[in-house]
Design a protein around this ligand. Structure first.
Ligand code: 97T
Length: 242
């Protein structure tokens, strides 16, 4: 998979040189290219923004600079992803779908955002899909943090990136849509607190059922909104497997 990220702060994406994503890049599993939007400016001041039509505070990112940049990195079949507070929520299901694609291009906006004609222009481009996405109901100073989240959420799903693919199965927001169960390790007693006995029992069926029950309780208690969307069939399949 190839991912291009375009930003006026390319150094914001430096964490993607580290850990699993960094290894995926050096191992050839992920072709990640980070670009400085200002490389596509033509004026002495390398201007990327201007005042908003209709007035209002702040500055808007220019469509001409973005157009030159995206024409340079987008190819047929690419998926243009634009982080924005007004976008569709990025979910694990979205990450799974994106991990199946060949080429993602992330356009990181700053200021008051990117001129709306940029997304409109590329939506009309045959062979290019455009998705505006949000990583949560809060406001950031720009799209770079959202780009970091998206790249990590997608890259870790690529074959060979995570050492043990099994560990992807029972995570929060997994196939059944549940939050993950509580986890414990040595020492068995810590700060006057014990590990649940069932986890020391060696009875794999009971352990699996306890974990499923904990995941259900957590999901109902912390994310009642997810309960309605639970994939009960996936739950049954998982329970049958224990
Ligand atoms: O707040 C933002 C500003 C710019 C680009 C993206 C965002 C954002 C906020 C939440 N998800 O994305």
């Amino acid at each position: 998979m190839r991912i291009d990220v375009v930003s006026i702060f390319p150094d914001y994406l430096a964490p993607l040189d580290l850990s699993l994503v960094g290894k995926a890049r050096t191992g050839g599993l992920l072709d990640l290219r980070v670009h400085d939007l200002r490389d596509w400016t033509t004026d002495r001041h390398r201007t990327v923004d201007d005042t908003p039509f209709g007035g209002g505070a702040g500055m808007v990112m220019r469509p001409d600079v973005w157009g030159t940049a995206l024409d340079s990195v987008l190819d047929d079949g690419a998926h243009l992803l634009v982080p924005t507070p007004s976008g569709a929520p990025l979910t694990q299901r979205t990450a799974e779908r994106l991990a199946e694609e060949q080429h993602l291009v992330v356009a990181c906006g700053r200021y008051e955002g990117i001129d709306a004609r940029v997304a409109e222009h590329y939506r009309a481009r045959p062979g290019v899909r455009v998705s505006e996405f949000s990583i949560g109901d809060y406001v950031l100073n720009g799209g770079e943090v959202a780009a970091l989240v998206l790249v990590e959420a997608v890259a870790r799903l690529l074959p060979g990136v995570v050492g043990n693919p099994e560990s992807l199965v029972e995570e929060s927001h997994g196939a059944a849509g549940l939050l993950e169960y509580p986890v414990y390790t040595k020492p068995p007693q810590w700060a006057g607190l014990d590990v649940p006995d069932v986890l020391l029992s060696g009875h794999h069926g009971r352990i699996a059922r306890w974990r499923r029950d904990q995941a259900l309780r957590r999901t109902a208690g912390r994310r009642p909104d997810l309960v309605a969307a639970l994939d009960v069939a996936a739950l049954d399949r998982a329970d049958l497997a224990t």
